[in-house]
Design a protein around this ligand. Structure first.
Ligand code: ARG
Length: 440
């Protein structure tokens, strides 16, 4: 949309050279490295038509543009005219069309025919969506909108953490406390119910070893497809998703695929066996490892535990195979905090060792973890849902909306209640979102 800034310049130059403005309009380019300015006008073609040396014409045009009071400063640098726009005039010219129809103003065809998978949000089941989840969720959402606006086909994926030993524990706790689906259903917050249950059973495990045995046995049953275990797993997953959905609705976030880790649990074995058959793995103290020194990684990656269990990283690899098969992506992004950088380096490297055709298309979009102030340690730390040290996203959004509601009521009492509520939601959620993704 730079023509909104350049058209007056093109008109001026075209009149001066007695040519069509369109011949000037197509020439603008980003300024060369190290040159000041917002845009450059290369003078080669214009000079050739005039049979003049480009630097000479560049000086002539720079003086012409500078003298015309167009809210732009121009200076010649060799065969280029460098243009620096006055920020206020950029705002005046660009913001109205952006406000009128942002999608139209920003749309571009550069991604036509290309597919991008974006894995974002991807929270764990039976835990609350916490305030620290907002950043990754919104970065992924923003990226998906940018890619869509540039004509890419976007596949938004919520890779739920719906597998692992936590479920064995939850099932063991649920049964020990003789709970039923009706108890869960009656809870004001189903996730709080599950999280509290998890905390209680984990605590019990520290003093009673039979609890741990039970939890492991339920994990095993779940992996083996035991009906009771599967049914409870489904119950916990559905209950969590139900609450997550309320937040996603409030944030206006949609996903094209909500396929979690559990979906890949039985597909991992094939991948790990492939690694073994291709001679890429070694056995070390009963565990299976892959040396990744060639990729600059000091420590080998673990691909199979000594008890035969497999890893999160292998579920990611199995999922990437699946996504490539289904979407033939040109790019696949993982919007996950930098705390998981090593995880991504490891399995991206293994994908290369396995010569996956997509291995160069994987990107970890890492972002800084959102930390919480911890009064006990007098320092910043990761928030922990399990330890109860967490700021729930729903609380933050509710409070933001509440504060906005107060301001709207004070400033615009003439509006109807419905109107005020719509504004309070937009402003409250918008403020929390903006604060979490703004670059400081
Ligand atoms: N569930 C994980 C967590 O909460 C994040 C998953 C990120 N995505 C992925 N494909 N590994 O830490």
């Amino acid at each position: 949309m730079h023509e909104r800034l350049t058209l007056p310049i093109s008109d001026l130059v075209a009149r001066h050279l007695e040519i069509e403005p369109a011949r000037v309009e197509g020439l603008y380019a980003p300024p060369g490295k190290g040159f000041a300015g917002d845009l450059a006008l290369p003078c080669f073609q214009l000079a050739a038509a005039r049979k003049a040396p480009p630097p000479k014409l560049a000086s002539e045009l720079a003086a012409l543009i500078d003298g015309a009071h167009l809210d732009v400063r121009a200076s010649a640098k060799g065969p280029f005219v460098n243009l620096t726009f006055d920020p206020a005039s950029v705002a005046v010219r660009l913001l109205p069309p952006l406000a009128d129809d942002p999608r139209a103003a920003l749309r571009s065809p550069i991604g036509a025919g290309k597919t991008v998978c974006i894995d974002f949000s991807s929270p764990n089941i039976a835990k609350h969506l916490a305030f620290h989840h907002l950043r990754g969720t919104m970065i992924g959402h923003s990226l998906s909108r940018c890619y869509a606006a540039t004509s890419h086909k976007v596949v938004r994926i919520n890779f739920l953490g719906d597998w692992g030993t936590a479920f064995g524990r939850l099932i063991a706790g649920f049964r020990r406390e003789r709970m039923t689906a009706a108890d869960l259903d009656a809870a004001p917050s189903k996730v709080t119910f599950l999280n509290d249950l998890y905390v209680r059973i984990s605590l019990a495990e520290t003093s009673d070893p039979t609890v741990g045995d039970e939890a492991r046995s339920w994990s095993k049953k779940l992996e083996d497809g035991d009906t009771e275990a599967r049914d409870l797993w489904q119950l916990f997953r559905d209950a969590t998703l139900f609450e997550l959905q309320k937040l996603y609705d409030l944030l206006d976030i949609q996903f094209d695929s909500v396929r979690g880790e559990a979906y890949y649990a039985d597909k991992v074995e094939v991948v790990v066996q492939e690694i073994e058959h291709r001679g890429l793995a070694k056995v070390d103290k009963g565990a299976t490892i892959v040396d990744l020194a060639a990729f600059g990684l000091e420590k080998p990656a673990l691909v199979r535990r000594s008890d035969g269990g497999t890893f999160y990283s292998m579920r990611d690899l199995a999922a990437a195979d699946d996504r490539y098969r289904e979407f033939a992506f040109d790019r696949s992004l993982y919007v996950v905090d930098v705390g998981q950088s090593l995880h991504f380096q490891e399995w991206f490297s293994i994908a290369k060792l396995l010569e996956r055709p997509y291995s160069e298309r994987l990107h970890h979009v890492g972002y800084g973890l959102v930390l919480m102030w911890n009064d006990e340690t007098n320092g910043w730390s990761k928030s922990s849902t399990r330890a109860g040290k967490v700021m729930m996203l729903s609380d933050v959004l509710d409070e933001a909306i509440d504060r906005a509601r107060g301001i709207v009521a004070e400033k615009s009492p003439e509006l109807s209640e419905g109107e005020r509520e719509t504004i309070a939601r937009a402003v409250g959620v918008g403020a929390a979102v903006f604060n979490s993704v703004k670059a400081t």
